[in-house]
Design a protein around this ligand. Structure first.
Ligand code: ZN
Length: 203
């Protein structure tokens, strides 16, 4: 399986990092080794002084597809959760300045935490579910798909132009505003609507 991530998919988040609003989705990948194993904490890596959390709605692909049309994209997933795209912001900034790829800042071991998946049909508002991140009990990020620059169906169409989607592939759909630095012993709780899908400690 692979993880396809979307950068800058919410206007307010693009602004908070002084990025322009893109005309096409910004895409990057994380390998399977990026996933935080179940029940493990998130370990801040030694190579960064500024690791950020980015809470994101995550789509699980349930059907193989290539060049999927937007109008058929809904047939390719039926589960959602919330995940964390951990980012070494100091390293990403250096890579950006040099025009280099982001992987060492975005795809390192443990850089993807994934909550428990929920059937879309079980959601109160399946078209537009709110997701949120509580950091040490305080809500720091909250958004819903209608706030995305590129909605989920558009993302599936764009991504599948370049990458064949396979069963079990995950799409991290981008983070809203409110990203910030993590420190040891932080506690994160992720919610999809009212349901807690992940609890994660920082070590
Ligand atoms: Zn992200």
């Amino acid at each position: 399986m692979k993880i396809i991530c979307v950068g800058r998919n919410y206007i307010e988040h693009a602004k908070e990092l002084n990025n322009s609003v893109p005309k096409e989705p910004v895409l990057f990948l994380k390998p399977e080794t990026a996933i935080v194993p179940k029940k493990n904490p998130f370990f801040i890596p030694d190579f960064s002084e500024d690791v950020h959390y980015e809470a994101e709605l995550v789509v699980k692909i349930n059907k193989v597809g290539k060049n999927i049309q937007e109008k058929f994209a809904h047939k390719y997933y039926n589960q959602l959760t919330v995940g964390l795209d951990f980012t070494a912001r100091d390293i990403q900034q250096k890579q950006k300045e040099k025009g280099l790829p982001w992987e060492i800042a975005k795809a390192f071991d443990g850089s993807a935490a994934i909550g428990k998946f929920m059937e879309i049909s079980e959601l109160d508002n399946p078209e537009d579910p709110t997701f949120s991140l509580l950091l040490n009990g305080k809500k720091v990020q909250s958004a819903k798909p209608s706030e995305m620059i590129f909605p989920i169906h558009k993302l599936i169409a764009e991504i599948s132009k370049y990458f064949t989607l396979k069963i079990g592939d995950l799409i991290f759909t981008g983070t809203p505003k409110g990203v910030g630095k993590l420190t040891k012993n932080d506690q994160m709780h992720l919610y999809l609507e009212e349901k807690e899908v992940l609890q994660l400690n920082v070590k």
